[in-house]
Write a protein that binds this ligand. Structure first.
Ligand code: ADP
Ligand code: MG
Length: 171
């Protein structure tokens, strides 16, 4: 049974702040983290991932909407970046081997995760980004368990969220 373990909320007041939150995550997330991103177009999923790429080692993250998947290597951990937006292609991509990226070493970020929810293994870190004003976003953080992963990844992710910088602070 899948359980929602933690909810943290952070308000980002600028794209720079979302980048900084991502950078913190990129420095802190353990290998094996699957990060599912959710939220409307322009909510900041790619911006957050760009920050994660910075935190992991200066990866040049761009939107993978048309390639579906980008792999970055050479930093602290590899970053696998998927975009599940493309109508009719996302499930075929996962079925034809793309799902290997979801459980690999390093960090895997999936944009539009809601569209492929049934393909995503647990545990996973899940961030929903919501528009508040043109420059403000609410980021809702959850961990979905239970902990079936090696070395208690769920517990590690829960502790990670406890240390997540609070809203308004510079992470
Ligand atoms: P998505 O991948 O969710 O479609 P993007 O990250 O590509 O979204 O785009 C987010 C857009 O919103 C960018 O143009 C960014 O500059 C802008 N923006 C404004 N305020 C914020 C904020 N607080 N956090 C993230 N992006 C913001
Ligand atoms: Mg995007």
């Amino acid at each position: 049974m899948v359980r929602e373990l933690v909810l943290r909320e952070v308000v980002s007041h600028s794209s720079e702040q979302t980048l900084a939150i991502g950078e913190w995550l990129g420095r802190e997330m353990p290998s094996g983290t699957l990060l599912a991103l959710d939220g409307d177009l322009g909510a900041g999923k790619t911006t957050l991932t760009r920050g994660i790429g910075q935190g992991l080692g200066g990866y040049p993250v761009s939107s993978p909407s048309f390639t579906l998947h980008d792999l970055h290597e050479g930093g602290r951990l590899p970053l696998s970046h998927c975009d599940a937006w493309m109508e009719g292609r996302e499930v075929a991509f996962l079925r034809d081997g793309g799902s290997e990226w979801l459980a690999g070493e390093g960090i895997c970020v999936v944009e539009w995760a809601e569209r492929v929810r049934e393909w995503l293994p647990c545990p996973r870190l899940w961030v929903r980004l919501l528009h508040r004003t043109p420059q403000t976003r609410r980021l809702e953080f959850r961990v979905l368990g239970p902990d079936g992963a090696p070395e208690g990844l769920t517990q590690v992710l829960v502790r990670l969220l406890e240390r997540l910088p609070e809203s308004g602070e510079s992470p």
